[in-house]
Design a protein around this ligand. Structure first.
Ligand code: MG
Ligand code: ZN
Length: 222
């Protein structure tokens, strides 16, 4: 570990902190009429994540707020070792940020047991005052990103210059890949591991947060 730089962690939420993707789970469970072609277009990069997620949620009536929220909170599982991992980071004064393309109405309640400062959680918002659910985007892409991410992970990371910070990214999917390219170190699983392999981006695969904690401890002497 480079002792002159402050390590800082950027951690994805869906499929990383949680065991699976909550937006996909919501859509597959409630099946709002017309969501499938939109989901396909997102996956084939025909439309941006921001456009696609916004369109899919607009198909769900705001009156279903409680039902949708109860469903997500009832089915989402947290990946093993998360709480101990946060404890380790607190012991070492390593700042931890959640960089999530998920939505506040499920991200905040699912994270509430873990005492992460609110300003360390980046995610999208939801407005239930309109007929269909309106997704809001408090952290859009800056001038360096043209992916129309919605919640732009690289925009958050750029606030931590490499001159002072050792940027560590944890993630599971293609939406983490641009951030992985900016990071000094990447902990990856699932599709992000494959993508890093394909394109030669340095990465350490993980399954649980114990794996990441143990790897960080091992590197402490470096
Ligand atoms: Mg993810
Ligand atoms: Zn972006």
């Amino acid at each position: 570990m480079n002792s002159r730089k402050q390590p800082v962690i950027f951690c994805d939420f869906d499929g990383t902190i949680t065991l699976s993707d909550n937006i996909v789970a919501i859509m597959k469970h409630f099946k709002p009429e017309g969501y499938e072609p939109i989901m396909e277009q997102i996956l084939s990069h025909g439309i941006s994540i921001r456009e696609g997620v916004g369109q899919m949620f607009s198909l769900l009536p705001s009156s279903m707020k409680q039902e949708v929220t109860d469903f997500v909170l009832g089915q989402a599982g947290i990946r093993a070792g998360f709480e101990d991992f946060l404890g380790y980071l607190r012991d070492r004064d390593i700042p931890f940020y959640v960089t999530s393309g998920g939505i506040d109405f499920f991200v905040h309640p699912l994270l509430s047991p873990f005492n992460i400062p609110r300003e360390h959680i980046y995610c999208n918002g939801a407005d239930f005052s309109t007929d269909g659910i309106t997704i809001t985007w408090p952290t859009p892409c800056d001038e360096h990103c043209s992916n129309d991410c919605g919640m732009c992970k690289t925009t958050v990371m750029r606030q931590f210059p490499t001159s002072r910070y050792e940027r560590i990214l944890i993630g599971d999917s293609l939406t983490d890949f641009e951030g992985a390219k900016l990071a000094d170190r990447v902990y990856s699983r699932a599709r992000l591991t494959e993508k890093c392999q394909e394109l030669g981006v340095n990465h350490t695969p993980f399954e649980t947060f114990y794996d990441i904690r143990d790897d960080l401890i091992q590197r402490e002497g470096e």
